[in-house]
Design a protein around this ligand. Structure first.
Ligand SMILES: Nc1nc2c(ncn2[C@@H]2O[C@H](COP(=O)(O)OP(=O)(O)OP(=O)(O)O)[C@@H](O)[C@H]2O)c(=O)[nH]1
Ligand SMILES: [Mg+2]
Ligand SMILES: [Zn+2]
Length: 303
């Protein structure tokens, strides 16, 4: 463990946040040791994957002094508060599962990933179940948009996912019960015990994930497990920027009759025209509009 000492100050150590409990964080130092850290001034804007400098306050206890500049930040922001999901990730894996796809939630994840400019992979898990082919077919609109879709049965064979994770820091996101933690368990049988331990300690009997946790796959690859999503707000996205987060809207922006077109019901809207002739998926437009109205509501309250 090597510290950096500034004249007259306590030594600080650089590490990576490997677990986020909301108000306290587990930081892994260069030697692999783990330190439980609090923050100064109760700051909570720290995420799994953040590189931080900590000062030790007791053995295995510390305080986070600073956060290094982030290469990326993936987060959601609901009406009340923002929730950081993962920092410095180079790939988002949205975990979906047979038999049902919650399309509006998927669109929100995609929009947030586009906003953060982080590459996305859609993993369709539980392909061993009867509705597999129909569910895969229902994702065709997303394949047509250029999103990569990986059919998977994590319980049976995790190998198809491994190549996509190599060399990346990935984060698994999705609704509860899709199989995110199962993927971790299959990738890292040693970590499985830890995942189980935590949920048993909570005494809930369910193995639902309650906090984000980073695992190392090898020297160049890590993966972050995150709690299941029920909602996904994008209050941090400007209404004008939102249209840009829908990849198929991008080439049309600037082609509507009105410069400030919201693509709701305006005459001469390029996006509505393409929706009406079937080029743009109507369900995508519907989720865009739902999001836009939510974002505008917040903006009104602030004006
Ligand atoms: N049939 C089938 N079931 C699976 C597969 N992968 C996971 N499951 C099951 O799906 C259920 C939920 O799995 P988890 O890995 O806990 O799901 P999660 O996404 O981590 O859920 P949260 O932590 O609540 O967000 C478990 O009962 C798994 O056994 C699969 O490939 N096929
Ligand atoms: Mg889980
Ligand atoms: Zn328009």
């Amino acid at each position: 463990m090597s510290g950096h000492t500034k004249k007259g100050s306590t030594p600080t150590y650089e590490g990576c946040v490997v677990a986020s409990f909301g108000r306290s964080f587990m930081v892994e130092l260069a030697d692999g040791s783990l330190t439980t850290c609090t923050t100064r001034g109760k700051r909570t804007d720290i995420a799994c994957g953040d590189r931080v400098a900590i000062a030790m306050t007791a053995p295995e206890q510390g305080v986070i002094e600073s956060i290094a500049a982030r290469a990326s930040l993936f987060y959601r922001s609901d009406i009340q508060r923002q929730k950081l999901i993962a920092a410095n990730v180079t790939r988002i894996v949205v975990v979906l599962a047979v038999p049902a796809i919650h399309r509006h939630l998927l669109d929100r994840c995609l929009a947030a990933a586009e906003y953060a400019e982080i590459p996305i992979l859609l993993a369709l898990n539980k392909m061993d179940l009867p509705q597999a082919e129909a569910t895969l077919a229902s994702l065709e609109p997303y394949r047509a948009l250029g999103y990569e879709i990986l059919p998977l049965a994590a319980k049976i064979d995790i190998a198809p996912l491994c190549a996509a994770l190599a060399g990346h820091t990935s984060v698994l996101v999705g609704q509860s019960g899709m199989g995110k933690s199962t993927i971790i368990n299959r990738l890292l049988p040693d970590a499985a015990a830890r995942v189980g331990e935590l949920s048993e300690a909570l005494g809930s009997g369910r193995h639902t994930t309650t906090h984000a946790r980073l695992y190392h796959l090898d020297a160049a690859s890590s993966i972050i497990d995150s709690p299941g999503l029920q909602e996904f707000g994008l209050q941090h996205v400007d209404p004008v920027e939102l249209a840009r987060c829908y990849v198929e809207f991008r080439p049309q922006l600037g082609r509507c009759k009105f410069n400030d077109c919201r693509h709701m019901a305006e005459p001469g809207c390029a996006i509505i025209a393409l929706m009406e002739n079937g080029t743009i998926d109507a369900e995508r437009v519907a989720s865009y509009r739902e999001l836009l109205l939510q974002i505008e509501k917040k903006a009104q309250r602030w004006n």
